[in-house]
Design a protein. Structure first.
Length: 245
């Protein structure tokens, strides 16, 4: 393939723009915020689980407390009824003795229930302390995630701006190149990540391999408008005065 040396030089300009686009892409993938976000998301999930677990324990204990309150109420109502019966006229001695006996049983039962209630309320308090701490940790983790996301978005925004600029730079260069030459460039770029490179100090600018004497002598004698490709890597080698041929 042939192309004017000036057009071949344009390939180097294009390669420079594309190298910058590659760097933008690399920076996009290797933003430190991405790892921070992954870690923060994990942390938010763990803390959400802790909050849910504490909430569940809390509502279980609330139900226990309500049940104990109902039981105590039941015992009190029963005891009040027994006391009323005892106080009423016409209670036989046998009935009175039975009622007294039941009142003692009810008093013991109430004592047991109240002890249990006290214990459950202490547990409830401890769970509430855990829940408050877990919620605070969740808020902190969510804040960390939001901060990292905001920084990622800001960095991505900067990269978008840089990328848009380089894409604009690319357009007039691409427009000036013959389709066939551009296709050859893109072929190398898709395979090697570089479409064209300067031949300098006998080295291919793409793969950095040193060319042997035979290749160099071929290049020296090749017409200026011949498009040369490095056999090893397939990338277009552009000759300029810097090539040192
Ligand atoms: Zn090469």
């Amino acid at each position: 393939m042939n192309a004017e040396p000036a057009l071949q030089q344009k390939l180097l300009e294009l390669a420079e723009v594309d190298a910058e686009l590659n760097r933008v892409e690399h920076r996009r993938r290797s933003m430190p915020e991405l790892a921070e976000i992954t870690e923060a998301e994990q942390s938010v999930r763990t803390r959400k689980d802790a909050v849910v677990a504490a909430e569940t324990s809390g509502s279980d204990l609330d139900r226990d407390i309500q049940r104990l309150e109902r039981d105590v109420d039941g015992v009190r109502t029963r005891a009040q009824r027994d006391k009323n019966m005892l106080a009423s006229a016409g209670v036989s001695a046998k009935q009175a003795s039975d009622l007294q006996h039941e009142l003692e049983t009810l008093a013991r039962r109430q004592g047991v229930l109240e002890d249990e209630m006290l214990e459950v309320m202490e547990q409830r308090e401890a769970v509430q302390t855990n829940l408050d701490a877990a919620r605070l940790e969740l808020t902190t983790a969510e804040q960390t995630l939001a901060d990292a996301s905001a920084r990622r978005d800001a960095s991505a925004g900067d990269l978008d701006t840089t990328e848009a600029g380089r894409r604009r730079d690319r357009e007039p260069i691409v427009a000036a190149l013959p389709a066939e030459l551009l296709a050859l460039y893109e072929k190398g770029r898709s395979r090697q990540g570089i479409g064209a490179a300067l031949l300098r100090a006998r080295r291919c600018g793409a793969c950095r391999l040193e060319l042997d004497t035979q290749e160099i002598s071929h290049i020296r004698t090749a017409p200026k408008n011949e498009v040369l490709r490095h056999e090893e890597c397939g990338v277009i080698m552009v000759r300029t005065s810097e090539s040192g041929l």
